[in-house]
Design a protein around this ligand. Structure first.
Ligand SMILES: Nc1ncnc2c1ncn2[C@@H]1O[C@H](COP(=O)(O)OP(=O)(O)O)[C@@H](O)[C@H]1O
Ligand SMILES: Cc1ncc(C[n+]2csc(CCOP(=O)(O)OP(=O)(O)O)c2C)c(N)n1
Ligand SMILES: [Mg+2]
Length: 316
């Protein structure tokens, strides 16, 4: 199978299944063409996944198909963008039809689920690496950013934290029990809170998605906004499953492990009161923004030393 046959066989069908009218030209030419409606801003981001770094060696290709798009889409969620389309740069050690079939199937279901049309890409031979560029749009000037947090805002997170991090221990399990399977699914099928992100436009003061860990990613908001915050670990949303599986380590995983792809947001108390209950129920208030700099961590009022954390590709 040659390069072009591979692309036609496995990826053109995904592009054809996407029905985004904003993609005027999909794969097959030198570039794709996306029309951006007047009055909207284009919001875009690229994320790379490397075998052995972002996912284990010999990882199930169907899960990789889903996961690769989900983690990229999560950046659109963090900006409050409505998803439109994506490109896929695929570097493969060889053209294995079974692998490609399964990868394409996982990717196709994520593309349909997230409303992202495949618009183009690039296919090369080399160590397994995937780069996905995602495009979304927002009404002009309304993209959520890391820089808007103000003293007095609440700090909130969506969903529950720490399970995807816990899953790393069980990735090699032959016979995972129900709790193990449930955290493994959080790793294999990350959330990407696209509709939550869009619903927070005009309400949240700052947003970030939690890829590297809560402490690190909230740290990005604090730095970009020039503020400090305190969070109470007793308020962290931890699932019963995580508590059963890892006991006291749950807090550390929730704070530092990453891979959750939940949103961390700041929001003024007034905007919080104005949120529909359906949106508030997806969020947990874990602390508040203060003036100054840095993140203070407390446990029921007692202050704790901040654990150094978060995933950093180059920290030695
Ligand atoms: N090689 C690069 N050249 C230009 N900008 C980059 C590069 N790598 C990362 N960035 C930018 O630095 C910021 C932080 O990157 P990253 O931590 O990967 O963000 P995210 O967690 O949202 O994927 C982003 O705005 C990203 O666009
Ligand atoms: C097999 C495996 N080991 C370790 C991890 C943990 N891990 C690797 S990269 C990463 C952080 C997210 O990756 P990054 O490239 O920083 O994503 P971005 O912030 O750019 O979205 C984490 C938590 C993992 N996901 N899989
Ligand atoms: Mg990135």
């Amino acid at each position: 199978m040659g390069e072009f046959e591979l692309i036609r066989r496995y990826f053109f069908p995904i592009a054809e299944a996407g029905n985004t009218s904003a993609v005027l030209l999909g794969p097959g030419d030198d570039c794709a063409i996306q029309r951006v409606e007047p009055g909207r801003d284009l919001v875009f981001s690229v994320d790379t996944l490397v075998e052995g770094v972002h996912f284990p060696r010999d990882y199930d290709p169907e899960k990789l198909g889903w996961r690769s798009l989900a983690v990229a889409a999560s950046d659109l969620a963090a900006m409050g963008a409505d998803p439109v389309c994506f490109t896929l740069a695929l570097t493969l050690p060889d053209a294995d039809p079974d692998w490609l079939h399964a990868y394409a199937a996982g990717l196709a279901s994520a593309a349909a689920q997230f409303g992202l049309s495949l618009a183009g890409g690039d296919t090369t031979r080399g160590p397994l690496t995937l780069s996905l560029q995602v495009h979304g749009t927002v009404p002009q000037g309304q993209a959520l950013q890391r820089s808007g947090a103000r003293a007095g805002d609440y700090v909130c997170v969506s969903g529950t934290l720490g399970e995807a991090g816990a899953a790393l221990k069980f990735l090699g399990s032959q016979n995972p029990g129900p709790d193990e399977q449930s955290v493994l699914d959080r790793y294999h099928y990350p959330a990407s809170r696209l509709s939550l992100g869009a619903a927070l436009r005009g309400c949240a003061s700052a947003t970030v998605d939690i890829s590297d860990g809560l402490v690190a990613d909230l740290g990005h908001i604090l730095e970009a906004s020039g503020v400090a915050a305190s969070i109470d670990i007793a308020k962290l949303p931890l699932s019963a499953t995580l508590n059963r599986l890892v006991g006291e380590e749950a807090v550390n995983l929730a704070m530092n492990a990453g891979d959750d792809y939940e949103l961390c947001i700041t929001i003024s108390p007034k905007a919080w009161e104005g949120l529909p209950e359906e949106i508030r129920s997806q969020l947990t208030i874990i602390g508040e923004v203060t003036s100054g700099e840095g993140l203070a961590i407390t446990h029921e009022g007692q202050s704790l030393a901040p654990a150094a954390g978060g995933y950093d590709h180059f920290r030695t």
